[in-house]
Design a protein around this ligand. Structure first.
Ligand code: ADP
Length: 664
């Protein structure tokens, strides 16, 4: 075969093979005019409409209207550069739907370098494009979701994260990254240890992830570990399984919350609750106490109101008593008075004035009243009154008064009572006066009778004792011992009788206020000596100790003081056993004389000691011993008239000491 033949052959075989390739390809095959105005041939391969004839409106027919611009631009670029045209664009498919094509065309150049035609292939890439678009869409949705989650998880202070089953973090929110001090890229995809967890902590979460994987159940716990900046914190966390569509656990999501503050609040809350409880309990206790004291107050109130009632009834009783008293005073015909201690105001009733011989409406002063008292009693009563008002002394006095107008003698008894005013500034001296003239006259008559009898008895007794003395002397002379003993006994008895009668006489004189002291100087030692002689003569039953007495001249009534000593010695003998000792002492010191008589006798109870000096008073237990109860009375009156004092000291069963003093 020659060269041209072989070339032709080669040529024809190339065209055949080309045609075969075009037939075999599934792509659209087209050829267009140099300016792309006409399409000469288009094999749509069922994808696009075939164009067997040269067509001008190929673009309208085949290309999606909105892609015309990019197509035109790509064509212009390819024509200008005479380079391969390539564009992916949308087309109208034979079935009327929109498809995608990837179109490539190469320029076929003439010998002069001008474009003769464009020859191209367009493949159907609809499926790929749709897939790409849906992928893009999904990506966008995913991105969107991620952004949404990111926004949510970034906004919370809670730590949020996701583990895969290999314990690696596949997600960590901003708070967690900040806590770690890491970026996303540094942390995500890493395990717990790599993210700085302590081994025990990492192991704990790995165990929990295993458990969630096995059970599909969430795990909740609390853990304490150091925060990058805040120090040791307490965290509450919950790990949840993430399931796939088959219900298999594919991941574990977690949320961790810092509960340090909550824990503190809870603790504080608990403490406050406890404090509140304690306060409540205290309140309850206080309340109880309050109610108890309330009850007490109530009880006190009740007692108060009862006491008030008592006071009221007492006041009523007092009122009634006062009434009764005033009635009694009226009935008893008492006179009453009132004296103001400061102003000496003297208020009396009509009866008192009457008792002093005044007319009922006549004014009467204290001084005027006192002036009506008989002379021998006036000073005594006046002193008693002043002493009662200003020294709260006792005031129970009896005295004779000569009435001013009626000139009548009345014996009055006045009893007064001093009451200090609440202010303390003054006192009220009030009292009653009663007419005791009748009793007094009776007493005086009895007293006079006693005095008269004593006096009458005294005269024959004096002669009797004179005769006895005479007989005694004669018996002594003729040495008639028997007569002498009998006469000496008779003398003793006469002496005792005369002492007794003297006592009565003194008593009746005292009552009639007729005792008059006869003061004269004498030596007290002499008086004691006489008392000794008499005692030794009278009382042979007892032992006597007369202490030595210094000579001392005193000015006093010798006879009456002798009577006092004789009386005390007589009592000492009378109220003690025979053979016991009676001791007499007399000392002068401190401007006074003190005489004491001591016995070893019966003694007395302490409360008797003051009473025995009252007239007619006798101690009950001594009633078997004869006596009249006037000896100590007369003695004390005599001592008082000497401005002295008399008193007794005694112990029952042991003895007594009677002492009296009088000034030198
Ligand atoms: P009387 O005549 O009863 O002795 P007095 O006035 O002398 O009267 O004495 C009064 C009372 O004092 C006596 O009754 C007696 O109880 C008591 N008394 C007086 N002296 C003594 C004394 N030395 N020892 C015990 N009691 C005495």
């Amino acid at each position: 075969m020659n060269e041209s033949t072989s070339n032709r052959n080669l040529q024809s075989s190339f065209e055949d093979r080309f045609k075969a390739l075009l037939t075999a390809t599934s792509d659209v095959v087209y050829s267009v005019s140099p300016d792309w105005g006409l399409i000469y041939e288009l094999d749509g391969h069922g994808f696009l409409q075939d164009d067997r004839e040269a067509t001008k409106d190929w673009k309208l027919r085949n290309v999606y209207l909105e892609d015309h611009d990019i197509l035109d631009a790509a064509i212009a670029r390819a024509i200008a550069t005479k380079t391969v045209f390539h564009l992916e664009h949308r087309v109208k498919r034979t079935d009327g739907t929109i498809g995608w094509t990837s179109s490539r065309a190469v320029p076929i150049l003439a010998e002069d370098g001008q474009i003769r035609e464009w020859f191209g292939l367009a493949s159907d890439i609809t499926e790929r494009k749709l897939a790409e678009e849906s992928l893009k869409e999904s990506r966008e949705i995913l991105e969107q979701q991620k952004r949404t989650y990111e926004t949510i998880t970034a906004g919370t202070p809670d730590l949020m994260y996701v583990f895969d089953l290999g314990y690696r973090f596949t997600y960590a929110n901003r708070a967690l990254l900040e806590m770690w001090g890491k970026t996303w890229d540094e942390a995500v995809g890493k395990g717990l240890l790599e993210n700085g967890y302590e081994p025990w902590h990492a192991e704990m979460h790995e165990r929990e992830i295993n458990s969630i994987k096995a059970t599909g159940k969430p795990v909740r716990g609390e853990v304490s570990f150091p925060h990058a900046t805040l120090g040791i914190r307490l965290y509450d966390y919950i790990l949840n399984p993430v399931f796939d569509e088959h219900g298999e656990v594919v991941a574990v999501s977690g949320t961790t919350r810092d509960v340090t503050d909550r824990d503190q609040w809870e603790r504080q809350l608990k403490e406050s609750a406890e404090r509140l409880q304690a306060i409540n309990e205290e309140f309850a206790a206080v309340n109880e106490e309050l109610s108890a004291s309330n009850e007490q107050i109530l009880a006190v109130n009740q007692s108060l109101s009862e006491a008030n009632e008592d006071i009221l009834s007492a006041q009523q009783t007092i009122q009634e008593g006062k009434l009764a008293l005033s009635q009694a005073i009226e009935a008893a015909n008492f006179g009453t008075w009132y004296i103001h201690s400061q102003t000496r105001e003297f208020i009396t009733d009509a009866r008192l004035k009457e008792l002093f011989g005044y007319y009922p409406n006549e004014p009467l002063s204290i001084e005027q009243a006192i002036a009506q008292i008989t002379e021998e009693y006036r000073e005594f009563v006046s002193n008693k009154l002043e002493n009662a008002i200003y020294n709260n002394g006792d005031y129970d006095v009896s005295y004779p008064v000569i009435g001013l107008h009626d000139n009548r003698l009345r014996w009055l008894r006045a009893i007064g009572n001093l009451i200090a005013d609440a202010s303390g500034a003054f006192s009220s001296f009030t009292g009653v006066v009663m007419d005791i003239t009748e009793q007094k006259m009776d007493e005086i008559r009895k007293n006079d009778f006693m005095g008269m009898v004593s006096h009458e008895l005294k005269t024959p007794l004096t002669s009797l004792s004179a005769y006895l003395q005479l007989l005694g002397m004669r018996s002594k002379n003729i040495q008639d011992e028997t007569s002498l003993r009998a006469i000496s006994q008779a003398i003793k008895q006469t002496k005792r009788m005369s002492d007794m009668i003297n006592g009565f006489l003194e008593f009746s004189r005292l009552e009639a206020a007729k005792i008059i002291l006869k003061h004269a100087p004498f030596d007290i030692a002499d008086l004691i000596y006489e008392a000794k002689e008499e005692a030794l003569m009278l009382y042979g039953t007892h032992k006597f100790i007369f202490e030595p007495v210094d000579s001392q001249i005193v000015n006093a009534d010798r006879v009456k003081l002798g009577q006092v000593i004789a009386n005390l010695v007589g009592n000492a003998v009378k109220y003690s056993r025979p053979e016991s000792t009676v001791q007499i002492s007399c000392v002068a010191c401190n401007e006074e004389v003190k005489v004491s008589v001591k016995d070893e006798g019966l003694g007395m109870k302490r409360d008797e000691l003051d009473k025995i000096f009252a007239r007619f008073y006798r101690v009950d237990t001594n009633s078997l011993i004869a006596g009249f109860g006037i000896g100590l009375y007369v003695s004390s009156e005599i001592v008082k008239l000497h401005h002295g004092e008399i008193w007794a000291e005694s112990e029952i069963g042991k003895g007594s000491v009677f002492s009296f003093t009088f000034p030198l």
